[in-house]
Design a protein. Structure first.
Length: 241
């Protein structure tokens, strides 16, 4: 393995996919955030915690502008961290992944990781706008969500290892993982917060969030697979005698 080339491919693909994700969030997710924060502001005005003054809106607009301007950068940084994990897993499992090209292999792996570390946890703990939920349960909700991701991810790895041992009985491992994650899905606690925001707002936020994250995984698979196919970091340089 050409280490430097491998790192360059992983970082480049992670950044590129992350920037795509951040840009799409600005277009598709931010409108729902604006609406949710607007509702929260009205609650603050009604309770007397804040006053509907020009000074408030100047601070608010400045804060939201800062948030939005960092959205794309944050996407790139997050893209690197997830892309690094994806690149390592791809390098280790490339030879056993189905597909005739590196792009197809990378897309298969992206689909598997999207399903196990994102979509299944998302079904149990779907995304909510930041202003939805009790601030006192933020840590608990974070622990539950990350725990589910870890259980699902390590479960997938475990059953993958089992499928390698079974060889011709891979379907057994797939069914085993499905049964395992189904039990975990039932046993794990529900989200402790009730949703008080408008249903349409919450549903739209969840749909758009799922869309942009799915686009990230799709982009990551295509970009990393294409770079891998072009530069072939897995091929060692054969020295001349």
């Amino acid at each position: 393995m050409k280490t430097f080339l491998f790192i360059l491919i992983v970082v480049s693909s992670g950044v590129a996919a992350g920037l795509i994700h951040g840009s799409m969030n600005l277009i598709f997710v931010e409108p729902s955030l604006d609406q949710a924060i607007g509702i929260e502001n009205q609650h603050l005005f009604a309770s007397g915690e804040e006053k509907d003054t020009p000074e408030f809106w100047i601070k608010y607009d400045g804060y939201r502008t800062w948030q939005k301007s960092g959205q794309v950068l944050a996407g790139g940084i997050l893209g690197i961290s997830i892309g690094a994990l994806f690149g390592i897993v791809f390098a280790l499992s490339r030879n056993s992944l189905p597909g005739k090209t590196d792009v197809k292999k990378a897309l298969v792996l992206a689909g598997i990781m999207w399903l196990t570390v994102y979509f299944i946890p998302f079904l149990k703990y779907p995304a909510n706008p930041p202003t939805v939920g009790d601030p006192e349960t933020v840590v608990l909700r974070g622990i539950l969500y990350l725990s589910f991701i870890a259980i699902s991810g390590f479960g997938a790895v475990g059953f993958y290892k089992l499928s390698q041992k079974l060889k011709t009985k891979k379907l057994v491992a797939i069914i085993g993982y499905a049964a395992f994650i189904g039990i975990v899905f039932v046993v794990m606690p529900e989200n402790p917060d009730q949703i008080t925001a408008p249903v349409d707002l919450v549903n739209n936020f969840r749909i758009m969030s799922a869309f942009t994250v799915s686009l990230y995984w799709l982009s990551l698979g295509i970009i990393l697979g294409s770079l891998w196919h072009h530069y072939k970091p897995h091929k060692e340089i054969i020295p001349f005698n």
